[in-house]
Design a binder for this molecule. Structure first.
Ligand SMILES: N[C@@H](CCC[C@H](N)C(=O)O)C(=O)O
Length: 287
């Protein structure tokens, strides 16, 4: 049978689709990379879909997810975070530092102390500025919402600690982190029946009383080079289990952040880098 291209073509209804150009900035915090869009200039329809499409490395921009910066009636700015699988999370530690750098360096504010409205409440960002550049940001992440021990009754020989930093985390301390097969165990634990909302998964090794090496499997994004809320959860779990003091450096695959659990306020303070990679423009097909 021959295929009649001409007939097929003539019979087709031609749909004219409009395209719109969206400016974005690719940024990373300790290697945790997201696409940032200022939605006051470029409103994004269906962000769940865009997060999946744009996060793909071969056919999109390539990232761990999508972060939308917007206005808020409760704070200076708002932040929404979508993982690479399109799921929306409550909070993003590394992302919040990059939002601080973005709004300052792109002239949306000249404040060096900024309030940020997130699904996990209002966070306070303190920018460390050198000249006109934000080199690091300290974020008051608030108090950990929930902590608890987890004993797996099935195949895992671990005693783990559950910590909610708005996002759910499962932290497990091991003697040798290099022995952990994260690509295999990460998704198993993320989707374990004990966690109906899934969970982020951290494996950590104590280096010394104030230093922890950590690797992460993120809910909705897989292995990432760093996770800010995960670093907070790891420091909290280490302190609760009497493995460290209140302040520790968390060394991740892509960089280090410092976490301090302030005794007076009970808040977690996270300090770490924020880096711009490039600005870009992507075409969005409407309809
Ligand atoms: N990488 C982020 C956390 C992003 C959300 C997380 N994957 C979730 O679904 O809870 C961070 O730096 O905190």
């Amino acid at each position: 049978m021959r295929c009649n291209k001409t007939k097929g073509y003539n019979n087709q209804q031609i749909q004219v689709k409009m395209t719109k150009k969206i400016k974005f900035t690719k940024m990373h915090g300790a290697g945790n990379d997201y696409i940032y869009v200022d939605t006051t200039n470029y409103p994004i329809a269906a962000p769940e879909k865009k997060a999946i499409e744009w996060s793909k490395f071969h056919t999109g921009i390539g990232s761990d997810g999508l972060i939308l910066i917007g206005n808020s009636d409760k704070a200076d700015f708002s932040m929404r975070i979508f993982n690479a699988d399109g799921s929306e999370a409550m909070m993003c530690g590394n992302g919040s530092r990059c939002v601080g750098k973005y709004v300052y360096e792109y002239g949306l504010t000249d404040k060096t102390e900024i309030t940020l409205d997130t699904l996990s409440g209002i966070k306070i960002l303190k920018l460390h500025v050198e000249g006109k550049t934000v080199t690091a940001v300290t974020v008051d992440m608030g108090s950990p919402l929930e902590t608890g021990e987890v004993h797996f009754e099935d195949k895992y020989p671990f005693r783990s600690t559950r910590v909610s930093m708005g996002n759910p985390h499962l932290v497990t301390f091991v003697d040798d982190i290099t022995q952990i097969n994260l690509p295999e165990i990460g998704p198993e634990l993320e989707n374990h029946h004990l966690f109906p909302d899934r969970t982020n998964v951290e494996f950590a090794q104590i280096v010394c009383k104030d230093t922890i090496r950590m690797r992460v499997w993120e809910r909705g994004s897989g292995i990432t080079q760093a996770c800010g809320t995960g670093a907070c959860a790891t420091a909290v779990a280490a302190f609760i289990n009497e493995l460290t003091g209140r302040k520790s450096d968390i060394i991740m695959d892509g960089g280090t952040v410092t976490i301090e659990w302030d005794e007076a306020s009970g808040h977690i303070l996270m300090t770490g880098p924020a880096t711009k990679v490039f600005d870009g423009e992507i075409e969005e097909i409407e309809g």
